[in-house]
Design a protein around this ligand. Structure first.
Ligand SMILES: Nc1ncnc2c1ncn2[C@@H]1O[C@H](COP(=O)(O)OP(=O)(O)OP(=O)(O)O)[C@@H](O)[C@H]1O
Ligand SMILES: [Mg+2]
Length: 402
């Protein structure tokens, strides 16, 4: 998998941007706040159809463009996949609303033909490595859910649809719960939303169970390798839908009991639905849906120590590196091609030995795009193998590496 070219309009700091990328290594060099990370963000947007950085995708539209009548941000990637060239385009269209806030609409086109978002996600695979990704382990569960969701969205398009339908149903259900508390009324109205939540929720939970245990094998192997086999890592998926018995949730689900017989979609759905019925009174009182994939947790254990709580800085960084290498290989096995690697500031932080190890284990005979504020942090030998682009004030210029 390769990205051959990128063109942006009204995206972040870039009014317009045109770039091309060589088959292997590209280095984006520039001072702080010049647009380097935004370029990687835009490329990764082409994989997951949402910004990996912004809390809302509208933040990615250029601020000056927001003054236009209908602001449109645009990302166009020239993609090479299975030996064929394609154009993948994402349009972020901010339709002005009556109340002035505006509604963001996303359009996706492959080779000029409009596609449903859900059919096109995962068309182009990339792995993004940001220095702040230690947050996946250190911060609250929503960071880990976001991580897993973004990973799975590249491998299973149906997952994104279920997630989107689930989220929509969840906010409708929560609104109804509040209404029932404030104004009373027929609780039977909840039945429809319970169905929606349990149906889409079960799809999400089943996908999380299966893919997390599949991905865990890749992750384990990398972590073992990076720590010289001293540490065993484990991913502990804790679905919240049958919540009372916190400690035994894994066992109830049978995840670690017998991999060949995990709970299937039908059992999860039934179980989830039954729990929603039991909790109905309490949920009306609280005005929120208290169980479901939006409350799931995934913990990282190394030698049975919870890294999110007790992990050292070094352990956490090693875990993130193992995650990223594992992601690369996992996506390669899923799609048959190595994803494009997007490494933000990451390599500069490592010493020569670990850098060589990372580059080797990522399989950098394929394509990678790296950023740095200081070209001198890379050895001249390494820099010579890269196409260098200077990034300054939202403009880019090709330059020679030395
Ligand atoms: N929607 C937007 N419209 C206009 N400018 C934006 C928008 N979003 C971010 N910016 C600006 O883009 C600039 C570049 O951000 P970016 O994070 O890409 O820089 P960077 O080169 O990676 O910097 P650093 O080396 O500090 O990481 C910042 O100054 C930021 O204020
Ligand atoms: Mg940056």
């Amino acid at each position: 998998m390769q990205i051959l070219s990128l063109s942006l309009s009204n995206y972040r700091i870039f009014k317009r941007l045109e770039m091309d990328f060589p088959q292997r290594l590209t280095l984006l060099v520039g001072n702080n706040a010049q647009g380097k990370t935004s370029i990687l963000e835009a490329i990764h947007f082409l994989s997951i159809f949402t910004s990996p950085l912004a809390s809302s995708d509208r933040e990615a539209i250029n601020l000056l463009a927001l003054k236009e009548e209908i602001p449109v941000g645009r990302i166009v990637g020239g993609i090479q996949k299975a030996g064929k060239k394609h154009t993948l385009e994402i349009r972020l269209i901010l339709n002005p609303a009556q109340n002035g806030s505006g509604r963001l609409r996303k359009e996706v086109l492959i080779d000029g033909v409009k596609k449903k978002l859900f059919d096109a996600v995962g068309f182009f695979n990339s792995v993004l490595f940001l220095p702040q990704m230690t947050r996946i382990l250190e911060d609250g569960p929503e960071e880990r859910r976001k991580y897993i969701d973004q990973l799975l969205s590249q491998a299973y398009p149906g997952y994104v649809r279920a997630l989107s339908d689930y989220q929509a149903a969840l906010s409708r259900r929560n609104a109804l719960l509040k209404l029932l508390f404030d104004k009373g009324g027929d609780e039977g109205q909840l039945a429809y939303w319970d169905e929606m939540i349990a149906t889409n929720g079960a799809t999400i939970i089943e996908a999380r169970i299966k893919s997390i245990s599949d991905f865990e094998e890749y992750f384990r192997e990398q972590f073992r390798r990076l720590t010289g086999s001293r540490e065993e890592i484990r991913l502990d998926y804790q679905p919240s839908y049958n919540g009372e018995n916190q400690a035994n949730r894994q066992l109830e689900l049978g995840i670690n009991q017998s991999a060949s017989n995990p709970f299937g979609y039908a059992e999860i759905r039934e179980n989830f639905l039954a729990r929603l019925k039991t909790l109905r009174r309490e949920e009306i009182r609280r005005g929120v849906t208290t169980i479901g994939p939006h409350r799931d947790e995934i913990r990282f254990f190394s030698n049975d120590i919870d890294l999110g709580v007790f992990g050292s800085r070094g352990q956490i960084r090693t875990a993130v590196m193992a995650l990223k290498i594992a992601e690369t290989q996992w996506l390669k096995d899923k799609s048959g091609e190595l994803p494009v690697l997007l490494l933000d500031e990451t390599l500069a932080e490592l010493d020569e030995l670990r850098r060589a190890d990372l580059l080797n284990s990522l399989g950098l005979d394929e394509q990678a795009i790296l950023t740095t504020t200081d070209l001198k942090l890379f050895s001249p030998d390494f820099a010579k193998t890269c196409q260098v682009w200077q990034v300054a004030e939202g403009r880019v210029e090709k330059s020679n590496s030395g």
